[in-house]
Design a protein around this ligand. Structure first.
Ligand code: GDP
Ligand code: MG
Length: 163
């Protein structure tokens, strides 16, 4: 069984963009068990020659953005609990908001290792957000541009110890 990375974060930070970049045409399945995995997309990824399973969690996106209610939390909790590492993505251009902080607190309470990723970090527009994110408590983020394919080697280096 391949090691698994679960991509988590609030809506619109770029989770699916990274998922699509990592998985490309190798998208294997959508688990259609009702409820629990409804929004989960999984696929086999390759990054710098390393193969792993990647899960795009979208459970946050149907919900009130200011709360983490039960059903959504169940979906994402299951994906993160089963994963070898959680890739916690935020939007460097938007900076850290209260939902990012809430997700961060929740991840710190769990047992799955976390790699913090500052997406949309191309150019300088994300520099302030990168600095803000140290307050989340996961150390320095990996600076990524999922859209432009920048930072993938650094992402690989951050994930590798957990896979
Ligand atoms: P998700 O809701 O977290 O899955 O986010 P999506 O992958 O759907 O992306 C949300 C928006 O952010 C889309 O308009 C993307 O084109 C954009 N986006 C994703 N990655 C990047 C990036 O690296 N840089 C910039 N500037 N925009 C990005
Ligand atoms: Mg998405």
């Amino acid at each position: 069984k391949l090691p698994t990375v679960a991509i988590v974060g609030r809506p619109n930070v770029g989770k699916s963009t990274l998922f699509n970049r990592l998985v490309g045409k190798r998208l294997a399945l959508v688990d259609d068990r009702p409820g629990v995995t409804r929004d989960r997309r999984e696929g086999d990824a390759t990054l710098v020659g390393m193969d792993f399973r990647v899960v795009d969690t979208a459970g946050y996106e149907d919900e009130d953005p200011h709360s983490l209610p039960g059903r959504m939390r169940q979906q994402t909790e299951a994906a993160v609990a089963e994963a070898d590492v959680a890739l916690f993505m935020f939007d460097a251009r938007e900076g850290v908001n209260p939902l990012d902080e809430e997700i961060g607190r929740w991840l710190r309470g769990g047992n799955t290792p976390v790699v913090l990723v500052a997406n949309k970090a191309e150019g300088k527009a994300g520099d302030d957000g990168v600095l803000e994110s140290f307050a989340l408590g996961f150390g320095a983020p990996v600076e990524l541009s999922a859209e432009h394919g920048q930072g993938l080697v650094e992402l690989f280096e951050a994930l590798r110890p957990h896979l």
